[in-house]
Design a protein around this ligand. Structure first.
Ligand code: SAM
Length: 275
């Protein structure tokens, strides 16, 4: 029996775990598609589910973050975590803080593994940091308070990527390659506006999200967003007010720096066309 993963085999921020059931239901209604293109593949969970639901179809997993290198290194990560379990010792309850001297021993073991070549810091952070805290390097991890969130059993991704066509490129390349084909459905789960994107390889602004929307015009898609983003509201408004255009196109702009606190800065902006 081929295993169906209901969540990504390794921790991944923003994976569509909670959508698996609904996504399957929608896939079951799509009859004419022969190709699914997962533009923002992330952990590959949507690609994996699409391939399991539609083994007859080609499923393109765009592994922009090189998640498969993390998967390839699972044996190494499991060995490291097994050593961390031994260092932690017995008698620690779940989520309990790991204090000296175990903390130092754990960090030493991780530094040695780093020097030996590869450490999956995203997975380690999920095992050792306060829930939701992230780290992508030794430097970041070693600054954090450590907690016992070490998984009880080894990670396993056997067969997870089976049958997928794997790419790693900007989503625009894939849209250009597959657009205007009646048998193609784009899966579009871009990084959400207003969420922490610190573990992804990018920084996104509003125009980037609008570029995604524009690239999907006239195409078949399954698009994901969240109530924290106003993208759907913006698109509905544009639909009602298509003729407005950019009223600021001819305006003169004047920015004034404002400071909220030592780390948060923004600008107030005045725009005028009255002179
Ligand atoms: C919300 S996550 C996708 C999560 C995925 N659906 C899952 O279930 O794991 C968005 C992904 O888009 C990736 N990404 C960012 N910029 C991209 C680009 N220009 N082209 C393709 N992917 C990009 C991010 O690195 C991140 O992995």
């Amino acid at each position: 029996m081929t295993k169906i993963y209901k969540s990504a085999p390794l921790p991944f921020q923003g994976q569509k775990r909670r959508y698996v059931g609904e996504f399957c239901r929608v896939l079951g209604q799509i009859r004419d598609a022969r190709i699914f293109v997962d533009l923002f593949g992330g952990s590959g969970l949507l690609s994996h589910i699409a391939k399991r639901e539609r083994p007859d179809a080609m499923v393109v997993y765009n592994d922009f973050d090189d998640y498969r290198t993390r998967l390839d290194n699972i044996p190494r990560t499991n060995a490291l975590i097994s050593d961390l379990r031994s260092i932690r010792g017995g008698g620690k309850s779940k989520s309990q803080r790991i204090a000296s001297p175990q903390r130092e021993h754990i960090l030493e073991r991780i530094a040695a593994e780093d020097a030996a070549g590869y450490v999956d810091y995203i997975t380690l952070a999920a095992n050792l940091c306060f829930p939701g805290k992230r780290a992508t390097s030794y430097e970041e991890l070693s600054k954090q308070t450590l907690y016992n969130n070490i998984v009880a059993s080894p990670y396993d991704a056997a067969g997870y990527l089976d049958g997928l066509t794997i790419t790693s490129c900007d989503y625009r390349e894939l849209v250009a390659r597959y657009r205007n084909r009646p048998d193609v459905v784009f899966l579009a789960d871009p990084p959400y506006l207003s969420t922490d994107v610190s573990t992804y390889n990018m920084s996104w602004g509003l125009s980037d999200y609008l570029d995604v929307i524009a690239s999907l015009a006239g195409q078949h898609y399954i698009y994901f967003t969240s109530s924290k983003s106003s993208i759907v509201e913006l698109c509905e408004w544009l639909g009602r007010n298509a003729g407005v255009g950019n009223i600021f196109a001819e305006a003169i702009r004047s920015d004034v720096a404002a400071t909220v606190n030592y780390s948060a800065r923004y600008s107030d902006i005045m725009l005028y066309n009255a002179v």
